[in-house]
Design a protein around this ligand. Structure first.
Ligand SMILES: Cc1ncc(COP(=O)(O)O)c(C=O)c1O
Length: 408
């Protein structure tokens, strides 16, 4: 089961609200990272709306968030643009060819003429600051955003915004470097009165304890004052980081070629694909019951239940052992699909795993629930909210019919 903590979401969005108020900018939730709409009412007051990547997310934002909608997609089709013009507040284009194809239609729309609908271009400042090429829109040959060279001399009539998104899980020092590149390459546009908004994308790790928020506030204020633009931030991860867990059950334990193996009720590829795509190693806790919760543990999962204690598993291949894990009780955790690589990794526990044990995978709310599949017909975990009083509300359960009806 996925369990999302309302208290943790509110903790994050309160921080985001403070930051945006101090900086004098707008801040919207990127739905691609977290779109569990039943949780929206609990933090909607803190944020200005949603960042959407196309028509379906925009409809979700319109129907369930009911605030500002900023839309950017690497490509739109004509029907999508016609529909989006009716309700999105920003419509940002990825290429000049897309803008030229649709600008006549967009500019003829009553909402564009009245100024309710603003259009922008995604720019590529060609300033790589991240470490993972898969998440770097500034790599040579990137399909995301327009370079200064491509933009030079183009007819930009009808546009009023620039949008960049170049960060992924990064601090504000990297934003500072990026803004310097934006200024060098696109400052002449931002300085002209035609451009009234600058969208600084997502990837800002604002709610992490070490994030330098003061610098972010300073950078946003400087940009507003220098260019006389409205600034927008559109984080996804910063809203939902450390707010949810995925609970799994051990279905089988056995040995093969000297490895201890466990098959779980959840799958890496089906339910947390970033573990394989990114890739990264999630924190895993072994749940013990019944026991009073041990508050002295060095680390706790984002969601805890009364009467359970949580024992962080260690990494047998490094010194990253938790206090209580034992390399002797190392187990390779895998999913119940036929994909050989459906593996979460090797984890060492404080005792041997056994069938029926419950494991908690931490930090599974963002970029996880939005990506799940029913590959192999594996049962999809239910989704629950943990309210501030501790009550668990199951908001979605999945059935055979959900699996069957998805493809026909
Ligand atoms: C255009 C755009 N905006 C915002 C985001 C949200 O980024 P994050 O969840 O890292 O804050 C993304 C993520 O890929 C994105 O592509």
């Amino acid at each position: 089961m996925f369990v999302i903590s309302i208290a943790a979401l509110k903790r994050n969005t309160r921080i985001l609200r403070e930051v945006k108020e101090a900086a004098g900018c707008h801040l919207v939730l990127a739905l691609k990272g977290f779109s569990c709409w039943k949780a929206f009412p609990f933090f909607r007051d803190d944020l200005d709306g949603c960042c959407t990547s196309g028509l379906w997310e925009a409809w979700l934002a319109r129907d369930y968030f009911q605030k500002h909608i900023v839309t950017y997609s690497p490509a739109y089709d004509e029907a999508d643009v016609a529909e989006l013009c009716g309700f999105t507040d920003h419509l940002d284009f990825n290429s000049l060819s897309q803008w030229f194809r649709f600008r006549e239609m967009v500019m003829a729309h009553p909402r564009f003429k009245s100024g309710e609908l603003l259009c922008g271009l995604r720019i590529n400042p060609q300033c790589s600051t991240g470490e993972t090429p898969l998440y770097d829109p500034c790599v040579a040959g990137s399909r995301l955003g327009i370079t200064a060279e491509q933009l030079a001399g183009a007819d930009l009539t009808g546009l009023s915004g620039l949008h960049f998104h170049t960060l992924c899980e990064q601090n504000s020092d990297d934003l500072e470097k990026t803004l310097a590149a934006v200024d060098e390459k696109f400052g002449y546009l931002l300085n002209s009165p035609q451009f009234t908004y600058l969208n600084m994308g997502g990837g800002h790790w604002i709610t992490k304890p070490f994030y330098d928020r003061e610098r972010l506030v300073r950078l946003v204020r400087e940009a507003r004052e220098k260019y006389h633009v409205d600034v927008w931030l559109e984080p996804g991860e910063a809203v939902a980081i450390h707010t949810g867990v995925l609970r799994a059950t051990v279905m089988d334990v056995f040995e093969s070629a000297g490895h201890r193996l466990a098959i779980l009720s959840i799958s890496a590829t089906g339910h947390m694909p970033d573990v394989m795509e990114m890739p990264y190693r999630p924190d895993v806790f072994l749940v013990e019951k019944p026991e009073a919760r041990n508050q002295t543990q060095e680390k706790m999962p984002a969601v805890t239940f009364e009467g359970e204690s949580y024992h962080l598993a260690g990494d047998p291949s490094s010194n990253l052992q938790s206090e209580i894990s034992n390399p002797q009780f190392t187990c390779r955790l895998g999913g119940p699909t036929c994909l050989a690589g459906d593996v979460m990794g090797d984890f060492s526990f404080h005792r041997e795993l056994k069938v029926g044990d419950v494991l908690v995978f931490d930090d599974m709310a963002h970029y996880t629930m939005v990506k799940t599949t029913t590959f192999n017909g594996v049962k999809h975990p239910a989704i629950a909210l943990q309210h501030e009083d501790g009550e668990i509300e199951v908001i979605r359960e999945f059935s055979y019919a959900d699996f069957r009806d998805r493809l026909s």
